[in-house]
Design a protein around this ligand. Sequence first.
Ligand code: FAD
Ligand code: UDP
Length: 380
Amino acid sequence: MFNYIIVGAGFAGSVMAERISNILDEKVLLIEKRDHIGGNCYDFYDNDGILIHKYGPHIFHTNLKKVWDYLSNFTEWTHYEHKVLGYVDGKKVPIPFNLNTLRQILPDNADLIEDKLIKTYGYNSKIPILELSKTNDKYLKFLSKVVFQKIFLNYTKKQWGRDPNDLDPSVTNRVPIITSKDNRYFQDKYQGLPKKGYISIFHKLLSNSRIHILLNTDFKELIKLKDKKIYVSGKHFKGKFIFTGSIDELFNYKFGNLPYRSLKFKFKKYNQEYYQDVGTINYPNSHDFTRITEYKHLTGQSNPKTVINIEYPQKYCINQNIPYYPIPKKEYNLIYKEYEHEAQSIDNLYLLGRLAEYKYYNMDEVIHRALKVFEEISSE
Ligand code: FAD
Ligand code: UDP
């Protein structure tokens, strides 16, 4: 019946389904265990018409023109550039740490440190905190200690359950120190939010009648791997199988569990127009949550009420919560490599997305990967 089976209806699975059905004109079976499409990018309008991102704030940003152009076929955009403040020493300061933050946190030494930063790294440079910590300059060393302690250490401990030095540097590199007064969280060329929500993109991606979607279905109910072959409802499947779920689950955890971090979200509604000044406020050093996001800042909606989302990091436990973040760390990557090696020995199995590739991908990177994998598949 189907030459293509996809597991997972997030961006990875949905972009693949769109390409296969529209470009190759082939039928696709898309299996999704949740009761909705969209994966972690799913959003919905609540009773008051406020657009809520169910699984945490999602801001689209990319430097990849190809990805922006592709997605723009499925949505119009609300222009939005994300602003984040961090609650540090009783003040709300711009994050990423930049020259404005410097003036607020270290007003007495700001001129000297700014001068040294610009002389050493240049104006408008991005310096990862773990890189800055290697400096031999007395003042820059002092700066790196302050930024590490006040912005990175406790936030990272909450978010990941470990110290920044106990993770791949790529994690803290996402939010580098910026030697300019640019208060935006992302500097990418293309930024925005889909005008009618991510959900409208997913409806369009999956609108071809050749795509058959099975919601509320765990792939394990239908699909088995045995002797390096794929079986669907007991029959040997010879088509292409694109998997975007957790790779350790696919192989029944045979090389051990891959660890993830999870989150618990607490939503609150207020009978007032706004709750806070910007989209997100980070709380590195107080509370057991990491950040509060107010959606109306992101979506640009006007409404007399407002909704905030508070993020509480959690340990991931299989079947109890959602594996939101793969944990970038060498020892886990080695486990992943064993799974990847096993997967390569199975014909027509393609791994794609944050869970299947065990990579801390942003949305644009996942879409980029999906477009690449589609090119591979269609040229075979
Ligand atoms: P997912 O969206 O996770 O989709 C995988 C799908 O597979 C899910 O729907 C899942 O239910 C399904 N599945 C899993 N197991 C099974 C199974 N056994 N059977 C059937 N189906 C299964 N990126 C940005 O670019 N900007 C942001 O601002 C941003 N903010 C984020 C905030 C948070 C809190 C989180 C967690 C992520 C954020 N991201 C952001 C990253 C973004 O969510 C991911 O890049 C994107 O969702 C990855 O898409 P995916 O298809 O790989 O995975
Ligand atoms: N980070 C931090 N303090 C902050 C912001 C970020 O320590 O105020 C670190 C933390 O380790 C976090 C990582 O930088 O997990 C990446 O932050 P980002 O905002 O990109 O995380 P995401 O939005 O993916 O959860």
